[in-house]
Write a protein that binds this ligand. Sequence first.
Ligand SMILES: [Zn+2]
Length: 417
Amino acid sequence: MSSKLINRDRLLDRFLKYVRVGTTADPNTNDYPSSRGQWLLGQMLVDQLREMGIEDALQDDHGLVWGTIPATVPGPVPTILFNAHLDTSPEAPGDHCKPQVIECYEGGDIPLLSGDIIREQDTPELAKLLGHTLITTDGKTLLGGDDKAGVAAIMELAHHLMENPHLPHGPVRILFTCDEEIGRGTKFVDMQRADAIAGYTLDGGGSGIIDVETFSADMATVKFTGYNIHPSIGKGRMVNAIRAASKFVAMLPSESLSPETTDGRDGFMHPYVLHGSVAEAMVQLILRDFDTAKLTEYADRLRSIAAEVCKDEPRLSVHLEIVEQYRNMADRLKQFPVAADLAERAFHHIGITPTRASIRGGTDGALMTQKGLPTPNLSVGQYNIHSCKEFASLSEMEIAVKQAVVLVDLWQQFGRS
Ligand SMILES: [Zn+2]
C-alpha cells in the first residue's frame, strides 16, 4: 500500500469498536471521569497505541490518555497536539450502541431499525453526502461520532505515521480528554505535559471547516431572599421570593438577546434554571457573546433589573454572582495566526476549499487556548450530534486523517524555516 493512502477499512473498524463502548458523561456525579466506560475506552486506546509502538502511551490518574508519536526529522521541531474527547452527551442514551454502515449513500431518507427515519428534509447536509460511507445507529441510542470520529481519526493518524516513518514530522502529542460534554474536559489537563506550540481539537461537523471562534461565556446566579411566615398571618409580613424571581425573569429581554430570537453573531442572556420557595428563589442564566466586553454589559443589565425588582420592598434582598466559563478563542488565535493558517493550507493541499467558522458555543480548544495553547477545532464528519438520529461520514473522517498527515508535515517545515 502506498504511504499516501489512509487505511479506510481499519479506520472504520476502529470507529465501530469505539462507539460500542458506552461512555455517556454523567453530570450528576463528582467522579472523574464521570462514567466507567471512559476508563475502559481509554485503556483500549492505550493498548492500541502501545501496539503501534508508541511507548509513552498512558492513561493518567484522571483517565486522560496521553501519547507521543516521535519525531521523524532531526533538530528542534515544534510539538503539536491533537485532541478528541472520549465521553458522549448525556442528552441521549449511549449504551449498547448498534452502529449500521451504509456503504455508498445514494440519497433519500435513511430508515433506522427502530422505525425512526433520518429525513432528508430535516437534514439538508445529506444532499452533499452522496456516495459517502455513512454510519448511523439503530435509532435507540446516539452514535457517539461526537467525538469518537475524532478519536478514530487521531488513532488512525498515529498508526499511519508509525508505519510510515519516512513521512516527515516533529513530535505529535495525542490527548484524549474526558467529560467534555459536561464542561469538565480540560479540568485536569496538565499544560506542562501538553508542551506543544499549537493544538487541534478534532470535534467538528462536516468537512473542510476550521472553527476559529467561540462564544465568550459567563454564568450568572441571581438569588432573591424574602421572608416566609404562615400565609394565614402573612399580611404585611410575608415577602415572597418566588414573586421577585418571576418578576425578574419577566423583565429580561425576550424579543431580543434570547436564544429564541438570535443567531449568527448575536449574543444572549438566557435564563435556564429557576427554582425557589417563598423564603428564597434562584435564577441561573448563561451570558453569551462573541464580543467579550458585551458580557459586562449583560451583567450590568441583570444588576439593574434585580435592583428594579427590589426597589419598593426593602425587606427583599438580592445577591448576584457572575462566574467566568470560557473566552472567545479568536482573540488569542489572532495573536498566533499560523495555527489556523497551516490547517487551511493542509485542506488546500488535499484539494478541499476550507471555510473558517464560528461556533455559537464553546470547545475544549477554547479553554486550552485560554491556558496558552492555541487550539482551533477541525471538522471530522459529525452530524445530528446529541441525538438518536446521529450519523457520521467515514469519507469525511478519512479526509480529516489526510489533512492531519499534511498538517504535521507543514508544521515541521514551519519549524525548520
Ligand atoms: Zn464534541
